[in-house]
Design a protein around this ligand. Structure first.
Ligand code: PLP
Length: 381
């Protein structure tokens, strides 16, 4: 029994396929840091990291401290990098939990060193180097390189990695960023400052720009079947299918309206289906060009305004539809299903935005060999 009609189905075989294809593509010399931020792009980080680590991932990347702590609670040994900012007051927590910290200030490195000496731990850190995104990182200049050199001499700190991030503005600008990064690494190397891992590529650049992989890559979206890249031939499989069921069917007369504020008026006698998801489940409320779901392999339109928890669809062209029938909100695009890309385009946003909005009240249902093997109910944790 699934305790809600609306749920996100996660195909662990597809996830296994994607991570192992990723590892195969980059080769044994390049470490794969599977990015599992935002609850592994809504697939449920704590439930999927094992599949990732057992099928090709060497490392895990999270955006913020508590995402790392969530995984650490369950898995003691997985190497985890907190790729974003960790505040000074939280450093101790990160260190005690064996999380790699991203460092872009000498002051913070000194604090990490002090705490690590006190606790008698060697803390591994990754230096963040800004090459043009201007989000986080040491500025690209001589003073920064000197500061990094001084950091390398601090006690109880191991400079395990150095990384940067592409702005993905254009091929030419990416190349300039990459050259700045490798030049900085070269200068540091001459100073005797070396790193086990050097990394710059996110998912898109890992696939599209193999020459920038260095010895570690940080793919996120492609692992979860989100195809945001446009070049390269990475064989990707759909991981997530967002499903619900029909809860009621109304026959309405020409001229009657559906939903709040007469959001839709029937131009002829119509069949209206009610579905159990709304904007509180992350579905965009504003969809230019119409929102569709798929019932019995037919695309049907959501009519009227989306409610917080429900919405209505025009079933007139699917007269055989009945209460309890499965509805695909998004899937792999086959059999007339909407993809996350279709929804993102209609909502004038990106695919990651669409999937990361799926909230806590949507159960995650995990399938392997077409069998449900586990589920996650955040509200019942
Ligand atoms: C999110 C993120 C990634 C992964 O990006 P995708 O586009 O999902 O592949 C990699 N590196 C950093 C620093 C990130 O924040």
């Amino acid at each position: 029994m699934i305790l809600r009609d609306t749920f996100l189905e996660i195909n662990l075989d597809a996830l296994t396929h994607n991570i192992s294809e990723m590892k195969k593509m980059v080769g044994a010399e390049v470490a794969v840091m599977a990015v599992i931020k935002a609850d592994a792009y809504s697939t449920g980080a704590a439930e999927v990291v094992e599949t990732l680590m057992e099928n090709g991932a060497d490392f895990l990347g999270v955006a913020i401290l508590i995402e790392g702590l969530e995984i650490r609670k369950k898995y003691k040994n997985y190497p985890i990098l907190v790729m974003g900012y960790t505040s000074n007051e939280c450093l101790e927590k990160a260190i005690e939990n064996d999380l790699r910290i991203t460092v872009f200030s000498e002051e913070q490195a000194k604090l990490i060193s002090e705490i690590s000496i006190k606790e008698n731990i060697i803390t591994k850190i990754h230096i963040k180097y800004d090459t043009g995104l201007h989000r986080l990182g040491f500025s690209d200049n001589e003073e920064s390189l000197e500061a990094i050199e001084r950091i390398s001499k601090l006690r109880n700190i191991e400079l395990e990695g150095i990384f940067s991030h592409f702005a993905l503005n254009s091929k030419e600008k990416d190349r300039i960023q990459f050259e700045k990064f490798t030049e900085a690494i070269k200068i540091l190397d001459i100073k005797g400052v070396t790193f086990k891992y050097k990394h710059m590529c996110d998912g898109i650049s890992t696939i599209e720009r193999p020459e920038y992989r260095l010895n570690m890559v940080r793919p996120g979206a492609p692992l979860y079947g989100i195809k945001t890249f446009s070049e390269g031939d990475f064989d990707i499989k759909q991981v997530m299918t967002f499903k619900t069921r029909i809860s009621q069917i109304h026959e309405i007369k020409k001229g009657e309206t559906v939903g709040y504020m007469e959001g839709w008026t029937a131009e002829k006698d119509s069949l209206i289906g009610t579905l159990q998801f709304g904007y509180a489940d992350g579905y965009p409320r504003k969809m230019q060009g119409g929102a569709f779901v798929t019932i019995k392999d037919k695309k049907v339109q959501i009519v009227g305004f989306l409610c917080m928890d429900q919405c209505m669809v025009d079933l007139t062209e699917v007269p055989l539809a009945k209460v309890g029938d499965e509805v695909i909100i998004f899937g792999d695009g086959k059999n007339n299903t909407m993809t996350t890309k279709d929804i993102a385009i209609a909502a004038n946003t990106g695919q990651n935005d669409i999937i990361t909005r799926i909230g806590r009240r949507t159960p995650r249902i995990y399938k392997k060999n077409n069998q449900i093997i586990k589920s996650r109910y955040y509200l019942l944790d």
